[in-house]
Design a protein. Structure first.
Length: 167
């Protein structure tokens, strides 16, 4: 069993290490913000986002991918978009089969709700498919450039103005 003095010394050492890590993080964040602000001043459109590894990273819009903010569940990975696209594709196939089956049973009397549902589902499928392509391209670009995955929404600028809504 360690003495109280040893425990205190160990505790203070841990606190010192935490402070040093925190100070290093603040320094890296300040450097990332300065670089990002310089890139914005040069006319680039960039998003300053905390990445999954905890660092602040400045992303181009094509590197950032699909918007990760908002309320409720958010799809953040390419595989999530693949699953969503496949599910909607399956739903659309089922709706086409329902419309064809209804048309066979009652020629000329296909219910308008089926057409409306199919059209809405097809529209959502197009949007989700587009998001899948955007996220796949962004994931590929991040992998090629050695960037980590963004973890959330971009940080808001200190003084938002047209064209500078994000830092």
């Amino acid at each position: 069993m360690r003495s109280k003095a040893e425990r205190d010394r160990h505790w203070h050492q841990k606190q010192r290490e935490k402070r040093e890590k925190h100070d290093q993080r603040k320094l890296r964040d300040a450097q990332a913000i300065a670089w990002h602000d310089a890139a914005i001043a040069s006319g680039q459109k960039r998003y300053l986002v905390r990445a999954n590894n905890g660092e602040l990273v400045s992303y181009l819009p094509e590197e950032y991918g699909v918007w990760r903010g908002g309320q409720g569940p958010v799809i953040r990975t390419v595989w999530g978009w693949v699953v969503a696209t496949a599910a909607l594709l399956f739903l659309n196939v089922m709706m086409v089969l329902a419309i064809v089956g209804s048309a066979r049973e009652n020629p000329g009397g296909v219910h308008g709700g089926l057409w409306f549902g199919f059209g809405l589902s097809l529209l959502i499928l197009v949007v989700v498919g587009r998001y899948l392509l955007i996220e796949a391209k962004a994931t590929l670009l991040r992998h090629q450039r050695g960037l980590p995955t963004p973890s959330g929404t971009p940080m808001l600028a200190e003084n938002p103005r047209p064209g500078n809504y994000t830092r």
